[in-house]
Design a protein around this ligand. Structure first.
Ligand code: GLN
Length: 484
């Protein structure tokens, strides 16, 4: 049962080699043993897991099991889970027990998946290192002195250390792809609107998108097929048929046109990461892909635009956490203003406060045109760059992160340096495109990720491009020493 991918576990369950209950117990034991080292889970849902596992086993006996029935999964603590604490990594929601399930959770429940627990994350998904969590930092299983990436650091660490075969995650500016890269996993951020945001606590609504983190592209294909789909409760959800992504994963890559943006291979990229990515590109050439250089000239504007738009949206989304409508309430307030002020002062951490302040400023009268409107115009330019590129290439490839996992504490006092961790991922969210990260090697003991970006709704193609690479390499199958 150990170190098996979802597709392998699915075969084992179908062949009755083990039951979902046994599988679930094994993961719960691993969580008990290793979580104190990693801090990957905020909440472990032993009881829920065992009930769901037994239900999955019964469903299998009745002949009603699908490929994901009985497979355990960890949920990022940004997804509302009925009856289970949903903290979003914040003191503000430390006592919040969601009264309903997010659509993503409901969909995974519907196919019979088993929830192991809720994973640690940067507070309200703001961060690139998981050091902004109220519940403390998460450690990277490949090197416990380094960060797992963020904001889905708990999900990534849990999967990399085999405390769960897969996890859900969300990506507003890179939070699926960057932790995937830093922890040696495969993760996909779908096209904006493909996966419902209902019940997924909002950070920056025009950018947020949920997706899976797993070991292989094939596992991501299984999960995305279950997670995606129209949801009338999310007004930005797209009503179109969801393909079975597993079906198209094996297509050959002959003739695939891969574009390498020259802006992604310049200043700021670590040499050893660049070298590892170049070897992966050579592998693609051997698989039949044609490689050419492209240009995305407005790439350097992605971070400045994002750090206006995302804080602006967060300042609005987080207004509801005031101690009255939602969230932590301070003790014995002397009046309403005192209640609001102290509840928010106590409930939010420093990074969240920084962004609320920046966002409120950017939206205020007199500054809106200078900052917010400008940022939205840049967003259009960035989108247009991608559309021009997709006229003559199929997939864009480049590094996911400019460096491998960095040391805990290394960037906490330098927000700009921290923000640059997402220099290759953020433009994808601004344009609403799908992006995937897959492991393509190591620098020392640290994994390196390759990012693949496609045009709207080309998730199937991205998963296919990653899968073919994983058929001829084994980076995705490596296990960190201390967790075998
Ligand atoms: N690291 C980026 C940020 O801090 C992106 C986070 C995310 O994708 N949720 O906002």
């Amino acid at each position: 049962m150990k170190e098996k991918t979802i597709s392998q576990l699915s075969i084992g369950l179908a062949a009755k080699e083990f039951s979902s209950k046994e599988l679930t117990q094994m993961f719960l034991e691993r969580i008990k043993k290793f979580n104190p080292l990693l801090n990957a889970f905020i909440t472990v849902t032993n009881d829920v897991a065992l009930v769901q596992a037994q239900a999955a086993d019964r469903r299998r006996q009745q002949g009603l099991a699908g490929p994901l029935t009985g497979i355990p999964i960890a949920q990022k603590d940004i997804f509302c889970t009925n009856g289970v604490r949903t903290s979003c990594g914040s003191r503000m929601l430390d006592c919040f027990i969601a009264p309903y399930n997010a659509t993503v959770v409901e969909k995974l429940n519907a196919v019979g998946m088993v929830m192991l627990g809720k994973t640690n994350m940067d507070e309200f998904a703001m961060g690139s290192s998981n050091e902004n969590s109220f519940y403390g930092p998460v450690k990277n299983p490949w090197d416990l002195d380094t960060v797992p990436g963020g904001s889905s650091g708990g999900s990534a660490a849990a999967v990399a250390a085999w405390l769960a075969p897969a996890a859900t995650a969300t990506d507003t500016g890179g939070s699926i792809r960057q932790p995937a890269a830093l922890c040696g996993l495969t993760g996909i951020k779908p096209t904006y609107g493909l996966v419902s945001r209902w019940g997924m606590i909002a950070y920056a609504s025009s950018l947020d998108q949920g997706g899976p983190l797993a070991h292989t592209a094939e596992d991501c294909a299984f999960l995305l097929s279950a997670m995606a789909g129209f949801d009338p409760r999310d007004s930005t959800s797209i009503d179109r048929p969801i393909p079975d992504y597993v079906n198209t994963i094996k297509q050959p890559l002959e003739g695939l046109r891969i574009g390498l943006p020259k802006e992604y291979f310049s200043d700021g990229l670590d040499n050893a990461v660049a070298h590892t990515v170049e070897i992966a590109i050579d592998q693609y050439q051997k698989l039949g892909a044609r490689i050419r250089e492209i240009s995305l000239p407005n790439s350097h504007l992605a971070i400045p635009a994002y750090y206006v738009i995302a804080p602006a949206e967060c300042s609005s989304n987080l207004a509801r956490f005031d101690g009255v409508r939602y969230g932590h309430r301070c003790n014995s307030p002397k009046d309403l203003l005192d209640l609001y002020t102290r509840s928010r002062t106590q409930g939010f951490g420093d990074e969240v406060k920084r962004r609320i302040l920046v966002g409120t400023f950017a939206l205020s009268a007199g500054y809106y045109d200078a900052y917010y409107l400008k940022a939205q115009q840049i967003r259009r330019l960035i989108s247009d760059d991608f559309q021009r590129a997709f006229e003559y290439i199929d997939v864009i490839a480049g590094p996911t992160s400019p460096t491998v996992a960095f040391n805990l504490g290394e960037r906490v006092d330098d927000p700009i340096k921290m923000y640059l961790s997402d220099m290759y991922t953020i433009a994808v969210n601004l344009a609403g495109l799908p992006g995937l990260s897959l492991p393509v090697g190591f620098v020392g003991k640290h994994p390196v990720g390759l990012q693949l970006i496609g045009n709207y709704f080309t998730e199937g193609r991205l998963l296919n491009v990653a899968h073919r690479y994983q058929q001829v390499t084994d980076w995705h199958a490596r296990v960190p020493n201390e967790f075998t």
